[in-house]
Design a binder for this molecule. Structure first.
Ligand SMILES: [Ca+2]
Ligand SMILES: [Ca+2]
Length: 198
């Protein structure tokens, strides 16, 4: 198991994957990795490709580490992921003596905050990922809801995503219904209009 290996390497007795917070972001590591996975695997954010590039570059660098064959190989994906999330994770891993420089996923704008770190704001709604995490916990929302909230600018975790989104989905349905009606009218009227021209 990765965390057993990591706790040996980092010299920390027991690391619990559900609760551990190696980077001190205030968000459990497993939730941060789940967020990264959602960003990389589902096209919910426009900056997904940038995030994928950072992750893949880090992954290829890990494969050149002198320790790669020794123990890193089975954990290359999770380590590449954690290194991509924040400089705090990179600091936590400094005892591993990795030789390469690793990138983190950042905003296009120059900011000190990495998009997926605790201080970052993945959906740019003005609430940091950590604030949205705290809201979710206070409101009794679990990891799945957190992943929706933290990537949705209209949600901040102070209400269940399903309740909040019902309203905006209602508006969407109304919009599409109107669009279909207008298209229908245009199609209906276009033969008459062309007849008039003749
Ligand atoms: Ca946010
Ligand atoms: Ca949000």
């Amino acid at each position: 198991m990765f965390y057993t290996e990591l706790s040996n390497r980092l010299g920390i007795p027991t690391i619990n994957w559900d609760t551990s917070d190696l980077d001190g972001s205030g968000i459990p590591d497993s939730w941060e990795v789940a967020l990264l996975k959602k960003v990389l695997c589902q096209s919910v954010v426009y900056w997904r490709l940038d995030a994928t590039c950072v992750y893949l570059e880090n992954l290829s660098k890990i494969r050149t580490e002198p320790q790669y064959e020794l123990w890193l190989q089975p954990y290359e994906h999770v380590i590449a992921g954690l290194l991509s999330i924040s400089s705090e994770f990179q600091s936590a891993f400094s005892v591993l003596n990795l030789v390469n420089e690793y990138q983190t996923i950042k905003n296009n704008e120059k900011t000190v905050d990495e998009t997926l770190s605790g201080r970052g704001d993945a959906d740019r709604d003005g609430y940091s990922n950590r604030t949205e995490y705290n809201n979710c916990i206070n409101f009794g929302l679990g990891q799945n809801d957190f992943l929706i909230v933290v990537l949705h600018p209209d949600l901040d975790g102070t209400e269940a995503p399903q309740d909040a989104l019902t309203i905006s989905q209602g508006m969407q349905i109304l919009f599409y219904s109107l669009l279909i009606m207008i298209l229908g009218l245009v199609l209906l009227l276009s033969p008459r209009l062309s007849l008039h021209r003749k």
